[in-house]
Design a protein around this ligand. Structure first.
Ligand code: FAD
Length: 473
């Protein structure tokens, strides 16, 4: 008997229902326990997964291997190039053992197909395939309107989500007790080891204890100013935990439980920061719920079907200027350079840069969605798709299409001293005041491009593009 903890987006040993259940079951049945991670670089590439995210995963898996040894659970990390080869790994294991495979549910299309194939194989060999829906605190499908429908709008979703939280509270699982030492390592199938990727995620710690400390430190102090600081990219005012939530190094329950603990214990005053941060965690869940309920989103179709007919111009050189941070709009360029250089972008900038691509450059949001995915360390299908469809006014609870950010006013409002622009666009570092946000009035700056479009003209064109497909009234 072998219990396989097949780790995917739950790369942690605390609060891991999959791991705990496999260990508890083994204590009852005497089964051996093996943790398994299968890297699939070919499929990752097809999904545009950023190299920096791949690197973070690799580093995290290697670290988890050590951490799991303390529980006497060997973690076998193998490379299977594509999802098709994943079934091969299970075929090979099921030749030697009767399997119980424990997994966390994944919502994306190919992942579901992959899991169905493995389930079929395992069950055909008299094994079991056991799923745990633990990516969210409230699993998709469980938050509904009084009529039983899935919410399409965030605010009432959040209200119901919060009242459910009040009813049921939030629990986190401890790590499982260490198992008796196993001799499993001697019978493991010989599979190639996970290959080294480039080391570009080195700035992000991967030890679970360290990541938990980061989360706790944020909940202890920084979160108190979150509601005020979170919109200013020059301030380090957000948690920067998104990559860990995307990989499941942290669970959302751990974040909410810690937030509640700190709120009850240490804060004297205002809880606005904590409330707004909790809201962001609920946005994370909202987009996953939407994705599960409307599977066409997984195929990159717009939620608002009429917007599929928009005639995007998809000008290649404009797209390239956006990717390279060379649009002549300083805040957009600083944002894109932050993404290209660090693999992460501040939320306010994601909204500005995405809005600019769609509503100033008239480029299909799916090209931007894909580009973000190919660069983000925290790339997450539901959040990325949700964010892009929000910015493009094609999604569920999207910005109305006539709401078009003015990139210069956004810049003046959210980077008032220009500190963020200066950091990423050194060509403008000597400028101050209005000139920093719009350096083109005095004939431009050496080494910095002229604006690729005129915002006022582009705005009118956007309204016309949407008017063509939107029915009046
Ligand atoms: P915090 O402000 O500290 O928020 C805490 C956590 O809440 C985040 O770590 C994240 O897990 C979640 N969260 C916050 N905002 C959102 C949101 N709007 N939607 C969903 N979850 C949210 N987030 C991703 O995790 N992966 C993505 O691929 C992604 N792509 C995006 C694309 C666009 C166009 C936009 C507008 C937003 C995108 N976001 C994405 C959401 C958000 O920008 C990031 O989660 C956030 O900037 C991460 O920084 P943080 O961890 O400091 O967030």
């Amino acid at each position: 008997l072998l219990n396989v903890v097949w780790l995917r987006n739950d790369l942690r040993y605390f609060d891991n229902a999959v791991l705990c259940s496999a260990a508890e079951d083994a204590a009852r049945t005497g089964a051996a326990v093996l943790a398994l991670f299968i890297a699939t670089p070919q499929t990752w590439q097809q999904h545009d997964m950023a190299p920096i995210k791949q690197d973070l995963i690799r580093r995290r898996v290697m670290q988890l291997q050590h951490e799991m040894m303390l529980l006497n659970i060997p973690l076998l990390a193998v490379e299977g190039s594509s999802y098709r080869q994943v079934t091969g790994v299970f075929t090979s294991l099921s030749r030697q053992f009767q399997l119980k495979v424990f997994v966390q549910t994944e919502y994306e299309l190919r992942e579901q197909q992959r899991d169905a194939a493995v389930e079929q194989l395992v069950v055909a060999q008299a094994g079991q395939f056991i799923r745990f829906d633990t990516q969210c605190i409230m699993p998709p499908g469980t938050i509904r309107t009084q009529q039983g429908d899935i919410y399409k709008v965030f605010t009432p979703f959040k209200r119901t989500w919060l009242s459910r939280l009040k009813e049921q509270g939030v629990q986190c699982l401890a790590k499982p007790e260490a198992l008796p030492a196993s001799n499993l390592q001697f019978v493991l199938p010989q599979l190639p080891a996970l290959k080294n990727a480039d080391n570009s995620s080195a700035a992000w710690p991967v030890a679970e204890a360290e990541v938990l400390d980061l989360m706790r430190a944020f909940c202890r102090s920084k979160v108190q100013d979150y509601h005020q600081a979170r919109d200013f990219p020059a301030i380090d005012g957000t948690s920067k935990l998104s990559a860990y939530l995307a990989l499941g190094v942290l669970s959302p329950s751990q974040c909410v439980a810690r937030l509640q603990l700190e709120a009850a214990d240490s804060w004297q005053q205002d809880k606005s920061g904590a409330e707004v941060w909790l809201s962001e965690l609920i946005w994370r869940e909202f987009y996953k719920h939407i994705l599960v309920a409307w599977p066409q989103l997984i195929k990159h179709q717009p939620f608002q079907a009429d917007t599929a007919a928009i005639r995007w111009s998809n000008n290649n050189s404009l797209f390239q200027a956006w990717c390279d941070g060379m649009t002549g709009y300083p805040i957009v360029d600083a944002a894109m350079r932050q993404l290209n250089q660090t693999g992460w972008m501040h939320n306010r900038l994601r909204m500005i840069a995405a809005g600019f691509l769609v509503k100033d450059l008239h480029i299909d949001w799916r090209l931007g969605e894909r580009y973000f995915m190919s660069k983000l360390i925290d790339g997450d299908f539901a959040a990325n798709n949700g964010g892009w469809q929000w910015a493009a006014s094609t999604g569920t609870d999207a910005a109305p299409y006539f709401r078009i950010f003015n990139p210069v006013s956004q810049s003046e409002k959210f980077d008032p001293q220009g500190d963020f622009i200066r950091l990423y666009v050194p060509q403008l570092s000597k400028l101050h005041g209005k000139a920093l946000h719009w350096p083109h009035t005095l004939g431009g700056v050496k080494g910095y491009p002229a604006p690729v479009v005129d915002h006022a003209v582009a705005r009118k064109q956007t309204l016309a593009l949407f008017a063509e497909v939107k029915k009046p009234g």
